[in-house]
Structures are given as structure tokens and as C-alpha cells.
Design a protein around this ligand. Structure first.
Ligand code: ARG
Length: 487
């Protein structure tokens, strides 16, 4: 069989890539549903079930509200710290995320009437006897969720010298795991979500009997959305008087004990159970990495040409670009494109600037990858013997003709091994997208852990999934190198 030529491969990958982008952007073309942000690691209010659907008290409630106000509801999962900024920039219309009403938040968003009476608890390891109330936290280390009211309470206590130090975690799941493994002395967190963890992993941690604070959960909106706020308040009244809200409480706050069974078979069954989620995540991981790599190759080649053959100012621009991209963390670039840019556009135009997290990821990876690839291509092009230019010119080739038919193919072959390295790094770096809640492999795994508390088997399964991907890729690059070897 004849092996496919490079142009064929590129065409194939581009086709796959564009199909992916279309899927990624598809949900924007639908007629305007209500986009509601949540963080799906906060059971029983919002978490992902075994099928990867977001379920919970908050989700049922907002869907019921949608029915009353006759609006389609679209749930968007995001990092907890992203919720308020996303409301402000108009990326979402409302947020329901076990969000407590606070004076501080009222400066940036408006709230509906409260729909749930909540509170904060102090959690300690079950064996702990020294911490019996908030007064015993002096000198202790406490874990909290970044941006949550528990974090505010902890930092206030610390300021007053009534607490040793505070560790901030992006999700409640990670914070609970830290407590479980003894990395902190206590956790300050919402009572209801904490209860879910205690039920999943009984006998490990306990909540102190005295609640730390009482709070109310409400739905948040952009300050300009007063009409929506009023409609939702009206719907909440109806759902309360017709008993819907009570029924939801019965549904989500009943007791159900979990029986652990033997450790090995429990781990094994988790690794099997998480697999469908990881495969779903792999689809996004491969899609993001594939599309980004193709765009990065194009842009990287252009940058390399600019650096090698451009005039002074162009060379300067390219060098500056590579320095800036290489000199700043990829995570910061992702956050900048997802949160920073839409915020700026919103600030200037006054219109919400929405960017799909998946598209934001592709942009970040393409821009980032291009900088690294441009250096790889530059080295590849420089490695081709200068004599070849003269030889080709002597045979009557034009300068561009020489470059594209003689120099570039050889440079490409030289660049293949470092390109393989770069691509494999890219595949692994897509895990950073979990911070903006793209459902890639790591995110899917974290969601599973949030539901089951099964950290060890899930991380093994996550690592294994990446390993299969990167191993296949490195085989593919070996094949490519052979394919393009000088006979
Ligand atoms: N009620 C707390 C707050 O408003 C914590 C909410 C955490 N929610 C979540 N989806 N993780 O800050």
C-alpha cells in the first residue's frame, strides 16, 4: 500500500480540525437560551453524574425556573472563581452555584431572593480531639476553596491572629482531599457540601457541632439584568408555594450510606467506571491538541520566515513575540484569553464578549505553540547546507522556488523529532484547560473524584489515558521520520 503523502495528512487533519471547531462553536448559533454558570463540583447542588451530565438541586431548580419563565436553560460548568467575572463580562446570564449572598458580592452582581438556608462548618479529621471550636484554630492550618465564603472567613480569622495559615484550593474536592491526607488541620466549608463528602467517605472527617456562620444561597445576575432578576424572583415564589422547592429538598437531602467493600476491587471498579468519562475527555484533548498544532505549524512557519528573511522591524517583532510567549506561563496565557480579553472587550464596547472555553484553549495553544515551533523551524532551515541555495540558483530556480522545493522539505525532515516533542508536550498541557472547565481528560477525572472521592484509582486512570495518547503519538512521529527519511 502506498503511504499517504504529507499534503494528504495535513488535509485530513485540517478537515478533522475544522469539524471540531464547528462543534465547539455550535452552541452559540442556537436561539438565545439562558446561559447559567455553575461549578459542577458541589454536590448535592451541582455535580456530574456517571454519564457526565450535570445534576443536582441547583440544576433542577434553575430548570424549573426556566419552565416557569418560559426560557430554555443552558448550564455552563466553570471554575468557581470564574463565576462572578463571567457574570460581569456577560459570558453568562445567571449563576446558580450554591452561591452565598454577601455584601461584597453585591458590589459586582445582583442576587435573587434566597432559595436555600445554608451555613459554614469547620471540618477536622475524625480522630482529632484538640480542635473543638473556632477558638481552637489558633496556630492551625486550614484549607478553603478559593473565592468561597469559607475562604473569606478564614482569611479574616488569620488577619485577627486567630488562625495560623490558610491554604487555597480551586475546588472543594481538592480541599477535602488535603484534609483527608492530613495536609491541613481543618477545613472551613459549606455544611451541606461537606456532608456529602462525609457520607462518601465515612469515618474519615467530622464536622464540629457548632456551625461557623449562617448564609443564604441565591441566584446571581449581571447588575444590568434587573428584568431577569424580577422574573426569577416571581418564579421562585411560585415554586415555593406549589411545593416544588420542598420536593427538591426531599430529593437531594436524604441519607444514604456508602459501603466501601475491599480496597483492591473498589479501586478496580473505579478505574473501570471512570473510563467512559475519560474517553469523552480524550475527544476534547485530541481535538484541542490537533487543531492547535495545525494552526501553530502555520503560524510558526510564518514567524520563522519573518525572523530569517524579514527586514529589521519584522525581525524585531518576531523576536519580541517569541520572547513574550516563551517568557510567560501558558496557564496565564489561557486565563488571559478566556477571562482577560472578554473583560477588556466588554469594558470598551459595553457588550458581553463571550468566548467558548474550548475555542479560548485552541487560541492559547496555537499562539503559544507557534512561538516554540518557529524556533524549531528556524533551526531546521538553518541546518540545510548553504551550498544548496547556490546549487539550486545555478540550476535556474528562483529564490522562493529554491526555498519551497529544495530547502523547506529538508528543513521539515530535520524538524520532525523536536516537533514530535513539542506535540507530545502540547497534548499533556491541554490538562491546563481544566481551570476553564473544558471537559478534557483531567477535568473529567476531577469531576469523577468530586462525585466518588476516589482519588487514587482515578488519577492512575487519568495518567494511563495520557500515556496511551502520547505513546501512540511518539510511534506516529517515528513512522513519519521513517517515511521522510532520505533513502
Ligand atoms: N457558599 C459558598 C460561597 O458562596 C461556597 C460555594 C461553593 N460553590 C461551588 N459551586 N463550589 O462562597
Amino acid at each position: 500500500m502506498k503511504s499517504p503523502s504529507l499534503p494528504h495528512l495535513v488535509a485530513l487533519m485540517t478537515a478533522f480540525g475544522s469539524a471540531f471547531l464547528l462543534i465547539g462553536c455550535g452552541d452559540h448559533s442556537a436561539e438565545k437560551p439562558l446561559i447559567v454558570g455553575t461549578e459542577a463540583q458541589f454536590a448535592p447542588f451541582a455535580s456530574k453524574n456517571a454519564k457526565g451530565q450535570i445534576v443536582g438541586f441547583d440544576i433542577d431548580l434553575i430548570n424549573a425556573i426556566g419552565e416557569v419563565i418560559d426560557h430554555d436553560v443552558k448550564i455552563r460548568d466553570m471554575a468557581f472563581t470564574g463565576i462572578i467575572p463571567s457574570l460581569q463580562s456577560g459570558q453568562i446570564d445567571a449563576a446558580i452555584a450554591g452561591l452565598s449572598v454577601t455584601e461584597e458580592r453585591k458590589k459586582s452582581v445582583v442576587f435573587s431572593d434566597p432559595y436555600f438556608e445554608a451555613g459554614l462548618s469547620i471540618l477536622v479529621p475524625a480522630s482529632n480531639t484538640t480542635i473543638q471550636s473556632a477558638a481552637d484554630l489558633k496556630g492551625k492550618t486550614v484549607a478553603v476553596q478559593q473565592g468561597a465564603t469559607g475562604a473569606k472567613v478564614a482569611s479574616d480569622l488569620k488577619e485577627e491572629g486567630r488562625l495560623g495559615s490558610v491554604k487555597y484550593f480551586p475546588s472543594a474536592t481538592l480541599m477535602m482531599m488535603e484534609l483527608g491526607k492530613g495536609g491541613v488541620d481543618a477545613v472551613i466549608h459549606d455544611t451541606s457540601n461537606s456532608n456529602t463528602y462525609m457520607k462518601l467517605d465515612p469515618g474519615k472527617v467530622k464536622a464540629l457541632p457548632e456551625p461557623l456562620a449562617s448564609e443564604y444561597y441565591a441566584i446571581a445576575f449581571n447588575p444590568k439584568s434587573t428584568e431577569l432578576q424580577a422574573a426569577v424572583n416571581q418564579a421562585l415564589k411560585e415554586l415555593s408555594s406549589d411545593g416544588t422547592i420542598e420536593r427538591l429538598k426531599d430529593k437531594y437531602f436524604h441519607d444514604e450510606e456508602h459501603d466501601p467493600g475491599d480496597l483492591f476491587s473498589e479501586y478496580l471498579s473505579h478505574m473501570v467506571a471512570v473510563l467512559p468519562n475519560l474517553l469523552h475527555g480524550a475527544f476534547y484533548t485530541i481535538g484541542t491538541a490537533g487543531v492547535s498544532e495545525i494552526m501553530a505549524i502555520g503560524l510558526g512557519l510564518a514567524l520563522a520566515l519573518g525572523r530569517l528573511f524579514g527586514n529589521g522591524p519584522l525581525r524585531f517583532v518576531v523576536i519580541a513575540y517569541v520572547d513574550v510567549i516563551r517568557g510567560t506561563p501558558l496557564l496565564v496565557q489561557i486565563l488571559f484569553i478566556y477571562f482577560g480579553l472578554p473583560g477588556l472587550i466588554n469594558g470598551i464596547t459595553g457588550h458581553p464578549a463571550n468566548i467558548n472555553p474550548f475555542v479560548a484553549g485552541i487560541i492559547a495553544f496555537s499562539l503559544n505553540g507557534a512561538a516554540y515551533l518557529s524556533e524549531i523551524f528556524r533551526a531546521g532551515i538553518n541546518s540545510v547546507d548553504k551550498g544548496q541555495w547556490e546549487a539550486a540558483r545555478a540550476l535556474g530556480f528562483s529564490r522562493p522556488g529554491t526555498f519551497f522545493t529544495v530547502i523547506l522539505p529538508q528543513a521539515f525532515r530535520q524538524s520532525l523529532p523536536p516537533m514530535g516533542n513539542d506535540f507530545i508536550t502540547l497534548v499533556k498541557d491541554t490538562s491546563l484547560l481544566s481551570v476553564i472547565a473544558v471537559s478534557e481528560i483531567t477535568m473529567e477525572g476531577q469531576n469523577y473524584i468530586a462525585r466518588t472521592y476516589a482519588a487514587f484509582p482515578t488519577y492512575i486512570a487519568i495518567a494511563f489515558t495520557y500515556l496511551i495518547l502520547t505513546f501512540s503519538l511518539s510511534r506516529f512521529f517515528v513512522w513519519l521520520e521513517k517515511r521522510f527519511k532520505i533513502p
